[in-house]
Design a protein around this ligand. Sequence first.
Ligand code: PLP
Ligand code: SF4
Length: 354
Amino acid sequence: MKEVKAFSSKKDLLDFINSDPALVKVTREYPFRVTSHLFHYIDGPGSPIWRQFVPSSEELLEDDGLDDPLGEEHLSPATNLIHRYQDRVLWLVTSACAAFCRFCTRKRIWNRRIVTNNSVINEAVNYIAAHGKVRDVILSGGDSFLIPAKKLEEILKGLRNIKHVAIIRMGTRLPIVHPKGVTTDKLILLQKYQPIFVMLHVNHPVELSPETVRLINHMADLGIPMASQTVLLKGVNDSFEVLKELFLSLLSLRVRPYYLLQMDVVKGTYHFRVPLSKGLQIMMNLRHNLSGLAMPHYMLDLPGGGGKIELTPSFVVKIDDEKIFFKDRSGKISWYPLVDDESDKVKSVLGVNL
Ligand SMILES: *Cc1c(COP(=O)(O)O)cnc(C)c1O
Ligand code: SF4
């Protein structure tokens, strides 16, 4: 069945944007970019792909958002490195993205070019080599899959020469927005320098197009471990049904759901923010209905650079001196015994006052 589309060509969509002065103003601040692959799956105003990629005048509303909500600019000890946790380093290897997600935390660097030349690579590799506690390096951006294969190999070679670096991760949305752009030469590098975990940014089941599914299957066949990161987005995936389908589909594709991310407090993205209460309620429904293997952690990156914390719905209804009481999925109350006068300790670590 042919889908009904609002526009029959990419040009029509561009004409639509260019004919609206409010949207032209938005794109001057935050440029518009989609791939022809994505265009094929844009389904009309308000649909999941549309909302994520087509500019909206809401982006210029005054809000409580910040340019650099995670305080990343202050955590940079070497060019393009962010070192917040002792054992992990985030390395921004490119500012390029094949398509621009309107809710992006790094909107502020869309217009900035991140240069990864030999001297920048050496600086980062030397920094990591000098910090023996770093065991995990996350290549991010932008989209880390957009770095040219030759440069990627220099980075991976440099990192694999460092004994204490055990794990490398690569954050990417390319398999979703432009699957053809994931070339064999890069996949061979991922095998050669393994273990490299690919962290797929995917937000809605429609993003798992036949082309994307074929690519993910191919990557899994190559033995590339994959996990997913999903941003909780108002009007896109803020529902139990959508997320259930997404996480179960990913798991079947051999992609382990890893993080469901609460929106950062980024300027120009307020219209995507889901209230915490709703996110927690969805997590509770998911936990009651899905296998733990399909469950991501619901994460909040604290404004101001405090780092990530996990948000977990509580199933506890009461704590007394001897017992802790839980409500199960049918609403029935059950209890588990407390020992060693631990009642106050349990309350404190759970952060509840029941
Ligand atoms: C999220 C993040 C990491 C990785 O955290 P994990 O919980 O291990 O996935 C590392 N460094 C920075 C700066 C981050 O924001
Ligand atoms: S792929 Fe990631 S970095 Fe690029 S625009 Fe989307 S959210 Fe931002």
